[in-house]
Design a protein around this ligand. Structure first.
Ligand SMILES: NC(=O)c1ccc[n+]([C@@H]2O[C@H](COP(=O)([O-])OP(=O)(O)OC[C@H]3O[C@@H](n4cnc5c(N)ncnc54)[C@H](OP(=O)(O)O)[C@@H]3O)[C@@H](O)[C@H]2O)c1
Length: 315
């Protein structure tokens, strides 16, 4: 039987890179789409054995090129996402118009499946543009192609993430650490490998659930996450509750930077718990327990932020 051709948009990101490795190890063929081959080609090409991976450079709104790519695919996975807007990269364009366009093309070319990554905890965040754009994207995808599966993960971590690695970097530099909403927002972090294994499973097997909320084993507040990271890198820091008006002023300045640390929209989103809504099945409900332990996994790479480095004895 001819191996399935899996077309991945946003393939060079944290999930994409892990997913390419997982899919090609199972002898599935991958076409990875990137905006910039010069920048991302070198990392993408090391993710699979020769013959299993094609890398294509395109603007994701080049309709004719995307149409041709989807025509050749059996399965399409959309991992394109942004945390802040810049120029034409608006939340509406990236989280609504793009998934709407590709889900319509999946319908046109009768693909087996379309797997779309959205986000957890966005239903109530009516004041966040990120959250509303992700929700609108979900609705468009559901309407356009009935073989779509929408995954709504809580925060995803791994050695390749922009979350634990960024926070440990900050904890290393800053003598104090700001807490938004007193650090009480709840998350259920999951490991990148777990969500990739779920995606591979959904590609290979039939599944009746069209929306799945994805969570790790522990419910942790933001403050608890920071405390765990501090313990892992063997540092002590003072927590400072950040008043909202000050947080917004700082975010207004950060937003000017090319890669802002935090934006006003992210501050709004941080108010809402990142836990299952109760409206949809979770990975646990469908028999997929993600049991990777946050502390044990982060311990594998946190040494980069420890004073003593990799070979120091545990305190
Ligand atoms: N990581 C998390 O904690 C988390 C949690 C909930 C939901 N999600 C969702 O899961 C998906 C994948 O997450 P991830 O962590 O793998 O993301 P990521 O590491 O930020 O990668 C996203 C990819 O999207 C592509 N991309 C970004 N802006 C683009 C643009 N303007 N046009 C075209 N492509 C663009 C980039 O590919 P190129 O630069 O190669 O084009 C990038 O590799 C996203 O939709 C995200 O919202 C992630």
């Amino acid at each position: 039987m001819k191996p399935k051709n899996c077309l991945i948009f946003g393939a060079s990101g944290q999930i994409g890179r892990n997913l390419i490795r997982g899919l090609t190890q199972k002898n599935l063929k991958v076409t990875a789409v990137t905006r910039n081959l010069h920048q991302k080609g070198y990392i993408l090409k090391t993710q699979a054995n020769p013959g299993y991976l094609d890398i294509v450079e395109t603007n994701i709104f080049d309709f004719n090129k995307i149409d041709k790519l989807i025509k050749k695919a059996d399965v399409c996975v959309n991992l394109v996402g942004i945390l802040f807007e810049k120029g034409a990269n608006t939340f509406t364009n990236i989280h609504e118009k793009f998934p709407s366009m590709i889900s319509r093309l999946c319908q046109k070319h009768k693909l087996d499946k379309f797997i779309h990554l959205s986000a957890l905890g966005i239903e109530n965040a009516k004041d966040s543009k990120y959250a509303m754009s992700k929700l609108n994207g979900e609705m468009a995808v559901q309407k356009n192609f009935k073989e779509s599966i929408i995954l709504k993960p809580s925060i995803i971590y791994s050695v390749d993430d922009n979350f634990t690695t960024m926070i440990m970097g900050l904890l290393n530099m800053l003598p104090i650490f700001p807490l938004y909403y007193r650090g009480k927002t709840k998350f259920m972090p999951l490991h990148c490998i777990d969500i990739c294994n779920l995606i591979i499973d959904l590609i290979e097997k039939d599944n009746p659930n069209k929306i799945i909320e994805c969570i790790g084993p522990d419910e942790l507040t933001f403050k608890q996450i920071i405390e765990k990271l501090l313990k892992l890198i063997e540092k002590k820091r003072f927590f400072v509750p950040m008043p909202l008006f000050l947080a917004n002023i700082m975010a207004t300045f950060f937003q000017i930077l090319p890669n802002p640390l935090i934006t006003r929209d992210q501050i709004k989103l941080l108010f809402y718990h990142n836990i299952p809504s109760g409206k949809y099945k979770t990975n646990i409900d469908i028999g997929k327990n993600f049991n990777r332990n946050f502390d044990k996994e982060v311990e594998k790479y946190c040494y980069m932020w420890k004073e003593t480095g990799e070979y120091a004895k545990k305190k």
